[in-house]
Every structure is written in C-alpha cells, then in structure tokens.
Design a protein around this ligand. Sequence first.
Ligand code: MN
Length: 188
Amino acid sequence: MRLHHTKHHQTYVDKLNVALEPYPDLAKQTIEELLRDVTKIPEVVRQAVINNGGGHYNHCRFWESINPNTGELREQTITTFEKAFINLTGFKEQFKTAALGHFGSGWVWVVVDASQLKIVTSANQNTPWSNGPSMGRASQIPILTLDLWEHAYYLKYQNRRADYVDAFFKIINWEQVEKNIANQQEML
Ligand code: MN
C-alpha cells in the first residue's frame, strides 16, 4: 500500500501537474471541477487530464474507502444497503461479481445514481463521471471504491483478485461510506 501510494498515486499527481502547467486557469480548479465535464478541457491535454487527474481522484477515493479500524456498522447504513442490495451479503456478492467480471484495469464503485445505490465499474482511470454531464446524464456520485489495477494487488495476491476483494470487505471504512452518502451533493 505504501508503494501504491508513494509511487503509483504520486506519478498521476506529477503527470497531471505537468499536463496543466501551460493552463494556469485549469490548474487552479479542484480535481472535481476538472473532471466533472472533460469536454471543457483543451483537446491536446484532455486525455492526459482524464488519465492522470482520474488517477489522482480515484486513488483519493480509494484511500478513504479503507481503514483497518472500521468500527461498528450502524443500523442506518445497513438499512440503506438493504434497500439497494437486499442485504449486506447481497451487496458483497454483487460487488465481488462486478470486480471479478471487470476485464483489465479499472475500478469497481458503489455510486448514487438517480438517488439509488448502484455498483458500477470504470475502465482505466475513468471516474464515475465519465458518463456524466458531458454525455447529457446526471453524474454518478462515488460512495466507495476498490482499485482493480493489478498494481493494487499483485505483490500480495498475484493473480487472485477474488482474495483481494474478500480482504477489502474486512476493512471497508463504513464511517466514510456514511459520510459520503450523507454529503453526496458535496461529492459531485
Ligand atoms: Mn492504483
């Protein structure tokens, strides 16, 4: 995780800063503002911003999704998840199926989409916003995410993505999940 944070994540930050050097107005924006509607970014750096800005944003959401001291899962959160996934076991099954079914690099997410909790995946460093306003749709609001790039699990789990997903379930930061659901408009 330390290598993941200090090398992989840092590289996205560094490359995003290089890409934005000629655009001080863009460099001043928050990462959310930059990614929310990528059609506003000049074409010459658009893909670099999607890749590296997305890499930065996604990893930020990932780090806050995990905590070794996860605390008690509150009744209210269980109810919220039960509404969407029948029960927590159903949630885990759907999340794991999506994670294992995603081909290649990417991310698996719990998002709010039209007031509903849903599980989606995104390819490469695309954010759940990639189908958002630029596609004429409302944004999917990220609530929880797991990095599916091999660099996230290969050192410890080699090819066993399923074991990595199971380990993730033990350290989900439910407190942050609750915060994100409560403050979903601010997550946009
Ligand atoms: Mn990563």
